[in-house]
Design a binder for this molecule. Structure first.
Ligand SMILES: [Zn+2]
Length: 647
């Protein structure tokens, strides 16, 4: 809501930042952030004072807790108001006062925080500004990021800082990561009052098979005639009591936790014992979580327990079966979407199924369970998106509008960083030892692309009526300066061309479009996924390389066309921002990588057809490209060139 306006002047002499009100809530971080960015944008130092405003005070920026909650301002909302020559930024707590502070700095100091490493003055403002009163609140109750596979506390701290600046409130991570880095992360979370979510596939942490499977096999799942350590048996009273006791103990010593998400272990070995078999796995799991919730409540703890519905190993049972009754908040994760299309306008059967599932859960939560529905998305998941990571500005914006209309009240996005995807490739798939210089392998597009996705995500969750064209215009001007229009053209071309590759992640599960020289055991018809194996021409389905080659070639043509046109608008200019340079480098990398994938796939087709000499020529060309871009495939198939017998 925007109300009346008034002039306010940033004044070097009389100006100050005042922390008003009771000392019980420490607003010094908000005041320091205000001081830091007013200095950066307006070049003046405003001192920070504590205490109540006097009658004669002028040109002050006052941060304070609202005296009483305004009806229009919900938990995370804030107000920017104006009285007697002073500005007031008010919220119900540290978190919302900070949101108000950063919003004020965007509006009246021109600041934008695009990535953790790129804060820019988007449009310089005058020292005298027209302030409009506003009461602002987010459209989504929780706006979160899940960190997975992050190695360092410093990366997580960058995310924490960025989240607060862009209106996010919930950061989830694994219990292991939190336990290891909490000394560094806790003060950063507390300063911003971000909500801490813990969990993931962490049942093993509380009921370790290593410690208990041998002693108490009956605590674990009965599966095809024997006990397996893969899941607990949810009917064994003694085992479950032990497990819940451990969970309650952990929560007791972690008072900062807002949400605990206890996912089942990431496999489908659900207990088949007679007692568990009387109802569905989802019902057993729901009952278990409700017991955890009740015992936490009895223990006087206010941790929120969330249940998860997702397609583990692309099995649909857990995603689709809804318990008759449930009283828990629900998180739904649809793994394997085709990101060319938005959730509400699906292209294929699989995506239509996802749309229906989210709509059904939305209805169940609002009408039967009376609980909150959260959607878990993959917009920043490097493993899923591969080294050909697509910008998803259009999809994300439309998705969020559609999710909202389906009754979704919270969203959380997985951030699996580039570095982790490199490690999975190197260590788990290729079996190579760790090396230190991982960073320049293939292309790290977090800066020009992944953070764009997260920026759109955070902005839309706060205000879902923001239009996508306006948002992307603003981002491109802030990020690319004078090259804003060209940058936008390049981003949209990448979105249009690369988003279509996401569909292959599930069609070829669990390989991605970029994994040319490995195959999934599943593709050989085994019921249980056990891993991946090297490419073998005698086992391959010829349509896979043929299709991959054709798609790559088509995209290269489209992107080259865009690149040549952009070149006329100065795409190669030296006078550009770092973000613009990163984008153009990525654009050229994508063309190179797809050329290489085309050549390699074409070689595979020829090898299947016994056209060895022609295949060698394709591979030689691809190897040259891979060497230039430090691609994985240089390692994957180089030996095939050295030793034709392997062919
Ligand atoms: Zn059982």
């Amino acid at each position: 809501m925007i109300g009346n306006g008034c002039w306010f002047e940033f004044d070097e002499v009389r100006g100050k930042i005042i922390i008003d009100g009771p000392m019980t809530t420490d607003l010094s971080f908000a005041a320091e952030e205000m001081q830091k960015y007013v200095r950066r944008a307006h070049g003046m130092f405003l001192p920070i004072q504590r205490g109540v405003l006097s009658e004669s005070t002028q040109n002050a920026i006052v941060v304070r807790i609202m005296a009483e909650r305004l009806a229009t301002v919900e938990e995370d909302g804030f107000a920017i108001t104006y009285r007697n020559g002073n500005v007031f930024i008010e919220g119900n707590g540290i978190r919302s006062v900070l949101y108000g502070t950063y919003r004020f700095l965007e509006l009246y100091a021109g600041m934008r925080w695009l990535t953790p490493d790129h804060e820019v003055i988007y449009e310089p403002t005058d020292r005298k500004v027209w302030i409009e009163e506003r009461h602002d609140r987010p459209d989504f109750r929780r706006r979160g990021i899940i960190l997975e596979g992050v190695q360092s506390a410093s990366y997580a701290i960058g995310v924490i800082d960025w989240m607060s600046k862009n209106g996010c409130d919930l950061l989830m991570m694994t219990i292991e990561f939190w336990d290891e880095h909490q000394a560094a992360l806790r003060p950063e979370m507390q300063a911003r009052q971000l909500r801490l979510g813990l969990g993931g596939h962490s049942l093993d942490r509380f009921l370790s098979p290593g410690d208990y499977f041998e002693v108490h096999p009956e605590w674990f799942a009965w599966y095809e005639g024997g006990r397996v350590a893969a899941q607990p048996c949810f009917s064994n009273q003694e085992g479950i009591a032990f497990l819940i006791g451990r969970i309650v103990d952990y929560c007791r010593q972690e008072p900062d936790m807002d949400t605990l998400s206890l996912f089942p272990n990431d496999n489908k070995y659900f207990c088949q014992c007679p007692s568990c078999s009387t109802q569905s796995f989802v019902s057993n799991y729901t009952t278990f979580l409700e017991t955890v919730r009740d015992q936490l409540e009895a223990d006087g703890q206010s941790v929120r327990i969330q249940m998860l519905a997702y397609n583990a190993q692309i099995e649909w049972t857990m995603l689709e079966s809804m318990p008759e009754a449930a009283s828990l908040d629900v998180m739904v994760a649809c793994w394997g979407r085709d990101y060319r299309q938005t959730i509400g306008s699906p292209a294929g059967d699989r995506d239509e199924r996802f749309r229906r599932i989210v709509a059904d859960w939305g209805q169940a939560c609002s009408q039967r369970y009376h609980s909150s529905l959260s959607v878990y998305e993959y917009y920043a998941d490097y493993w899923m998106m591969t080294s050909l990571f697509p910008p998803l500005a259009r999809t994300i914006c439309k998705d969020i509008e559609e999710y909202r209309s389906m009754g979704v009240q919270e969203m959380i996005c997985l951030l699996l960083p580039y570095e982790k995807s490199v490690r999975i490739m190197q260590e788990e798939i290729m079996g190579l030892p760790r090396e230190n210089n991982l960073a320049d392998r293939e292309f790290n597009s977090e800066t020009p692309v992944m953070w764009l996705n997260l920026y759109m995500f955070a902005r839309k969750l706060w205000n879902s009526s923001l239009d996508e064209a306006g948002l992307i215009d603003e981002y491109c001007r802030a990020a690319f300066g004078q090259h804003g229009d060209t940058g936008k053209t390049l981003l949209y071309a990448l979105e249009q061309q690369l988003a279509q590759l996401t569909v292959y992640n599930t069609r070829w599960f669990k390989l991605r479009y970029t994994d040319v020289w490995i195959r999934d055991h599943r593709s050989k018809g085994k019921a249980v996924v056990t891993g991946v194996s090297p490419w073998a021409k005698e086992e391959d389905e010829p349509e896979i390389p043929a299709e991959r080659s054709e798609v790559s070639r088509r995209i290269v043509e489209e992107l080259e066309d865009v690149w040549h046109k952009a070149a006329h608008q100065g795409a190669h200019s030296d006078e550009s921002t770092l973000l613009y340079q990163a984008l153009t480098q990525y654009f050229r990398y994508v063309i190179q990588k797809l050329r290489s994938i085309d050549k390699q796939s074409s070689a595979q087709s020829k090898l299947i057809r016994q056209e060895t000499e022609e295949a060698m020529s394709d591979l030689t060309e691809a190897l040259q490209i891979e060497t230039e871009i430090r691609g994985w495939d240089a390692l994957h198939f180089a030996h095939r060139l050295r030793d034709p017998n392997v062919l």
